[in-house]
Design a protein. Structure first.
Length: 367
């Protein structure tokens, strides 16, 4: 077996000194191998080849965790032994997301019993507090059915519930942008729109005498407009948008009318105004009695380019079922904000009353 020149010192006879030229002379005198069993001489490795050989042996040792079978029982140099030893002792780094063994914890039985009792008491106290809070928020009728006769209604309870109800309103207002528009559709996508008056559908006898009153203007005057004034003074805009009802249904319809923003420009509100109260005195309750409808809308929403004062529906003048002769269309709001048969618009500085908000619904009603 032939060895590296760098390892030759450890393999030479101890009683015979040698020179650097001696191995070359010996190889020169060796006869040429005639048999297949004879091993041909292996050329000596240079200094640059040494790291590659050591690295190959080291990788093999690390992979097998045992001495390589290709390495004989012959001695190794100190340099090779050091490299191999260092390589074997290196631990494979564990992945950051890899599963790590859980450390063993030893807790005295007395301490464990104390912690278990403490956790149980804390859980029980939290459960009782949650039940008490839920009982405080439950309606009076529900508490009565549960056997609680005490009246727990209070101004604080009402205030808390109102604030909780308006959390999503505040988030929606923070995200609102006049540059955001609802999707528009084609005429082929139009769907039927049902008559959804809150109570009974009014009799059309009010239409000939219908007027729109404007209050809260910068001029300090109250203005009255009829449908002819509106149709002749303002440009008509068309759009096909979806009307979304709070009851869970929606419909795509073709609307036409003047922009609310155009009305605001023609008859500007007072400088401190931030809200518009939109009213309808035509609304009826389920028994057919007058039930004035009123709704609040902020002026930023009123100025939205898709907010219309509608005069036409699906290419025809509005019918009574859909709010003739003038209705509000706010596509970025739920249907309950889309007042039918508007009779008055008043601009105010503070948020005005809202029909459905007074009955427990949200005031913002955005979509």
């Amino acid at each position: 077996m032939n060895h590296n020149e760098n390892c030759g010192d450890s393999l030479q006879p101890k009683d015979k000194p040698s020179t650097n030229l001696e191995p070359k002379q010996r190889r020169a005198k060796l006869p040429k191998a005639d048999s297949e069993d004879a091993n041909p001489p292996v050329p000596a490795a240079t200094e640059n080849e040494k790291p590659a050989a050591v690295e190959a042996i080291t990788k093999q040792l690390i992979a097998d965790r045992s001495p390589s079978p290709s390495v004989g029982p012959g001695p190794q140099t100190d340099e090779m032994a050091t490299v191999v030893a260092k390589s074997v002792s290196v631990k494979t780094p564990q992945s950051f997301f890899g599963e790590r063994p859980l450390p063993a914890l030893e807790i005295a039985p007395r301490v464990l019993r104390y912690q278990s009792r403490r956790d149980f008491l804390a859980f029980g106290a939290g459960t009782l507090a949650a039940l008490a809070g839920a009982g405080f928020l439950l309606p009076r009728d529900t508490l009565s059915r549960s056997g609680v006769r005490r009246n727990m209604d209070s101004a604080e309870k009402e205030c808390f519930l109102n604030k909780a109800l308006r959390i999503d309103d505040h988030v929606a207002e923070a995200l609102y942008s006049v540059n955001r528009s609802v999707p528009t559709y084609t005429r082929s996508q139009i769907t039927p729109l049902k008559n959804n008056y809150n109570g009974s559908t009014p009799d059309p006898g009010y239409i000939p005498g219908w007027k729109l009153a404007l209050d809260g203007l910068v001029s300090g005057l109250s203005i009255s407009l009829d449908i002819r004034n509106l149709l002749t003074r303002f440009s008509v805009h068309e759009q096909i948008t979806r009307l979304v009802c709070v009851e869970g249904w929606s419909a795509i319809a073709w609307w036409a009318g003047l922009r609310f923003d155009d009305l605001l420009r023609a008859h500007p509100p007072m400088s401190q105004a931030k809200w518009a109260s939109v009213e309808s005195s035509v609304n009826l309750d389920a028994s057919g009695n007058p039930d004035p409808y009123f709704m609040s809308v902020d002026l930023a929403t009123a100025r939205h380019p898709q907010t219309l004062l509608v005069t036409h529906f699906n290419g025809q003048p509005l019918t009574v079922e859909h709010g003739a002769p003038l209705r509000l269309l706010v596509p970025v709001k739920l249907g309950l904000k889309n007042v039918k048969a508007i009779t008055r618009i008043t601009y105010v500085a503070e948020e005005p009353r809202d029909y459905w908000a007074e009955r427990g619904y949200s005031r913002y009603d955005g979509i």
